[in-house]
Design a protein around this ligand. Structure first.
Ligand code: IMP
Ligand code: MG
Length: 178
């Protein structure tokens, strides 16, 4: 597996330290109020598991599966809700968690989609941000790390369902997907 990775961007220890910091910041910002965390499957599952244990508050967790990507590395642009969340979010503090903010279409769509249900507040959190690729205007409240415009995998992020189990985040060699 390692031979498909050209460069390690963030080691297991670096990720752990940053996730702890994010958890502390989120705990301070929400000032002890309850939070409903909605994770966007599947890429968020490892991040969310670590992040929610770093948050000092009552945290409910739910998931949505929305997709704009097929098996490729380029977004098809069209977003579909394939699995919806089920917790009632009306009047609640909602924190949406994604693995990576690329064009921004997914988070912009999900924010609008959840807004309609009248949450008390809605905040967005992404582990990774590829700012160079942004096409949709979306402002994110919490970002783990910025990454260059390369395809990255590991710590939950996949290419064609592979590499999610890597404990670090690395750049996938183009040869692995061409
Ligand atoms: P957006 O709607 O373009 O912001 O796309 C966000 C989604 O695209 C993420 O949740 C990922 O599933 C996927 N994605 C974008 N870039 C990468 C990458 O470098 N590695 C793995 N998945 C990615
Ligand atoms: Mg994905």
């Amino acid at each position: 597996m390692l031979e498909d990775i050209s460069k390690i961007l963030f080691t297991e220890d670096e990720i752990k330290a940053r996730v702890t910091e994010l958890g502390r910041q989120i705990s301070e910002d929400f000032k002890g109020e309850d939070i409903v965390v909605i994770g966007l499957l599947k890429g968020c599952f490892i991040f969310i598991a670590d992040l929610m244990r770093a948050i000092d508050a009552n945290v409910a967790v739910d998931f949505m599966l929305v997709s704009s990507y097929g098996a490729g590395v380029v977004s098809s642009g069209e977003i579909k809700v394939r699995k919806d969340y089920s917790i009632d979010i009306e009047g609640k503090n909602v924190l949406v968690i994604d693995d990576i903010l690329d064009t921004g279409r997914t988070l912009a769509f999900v924010k609008d989609y959840l807004m309609v249900k009248s949450p008390k507040t809605i905040k967005l959190c992404t582990l990774l941000d590829k700012p160079e690729r942004r096409t949709s205007k979306v402002s994110v409240d919490y970002v783990g790390f910025s990454v260059p415009d390369e395809f990255v995998v590991g710590y939950g992020l996949d290419y064609d369902e592979k590499y999610r189990n890597l404990p670090y985040i690395g750049v996938l060699r183009p040869e692995a997907y061409t």
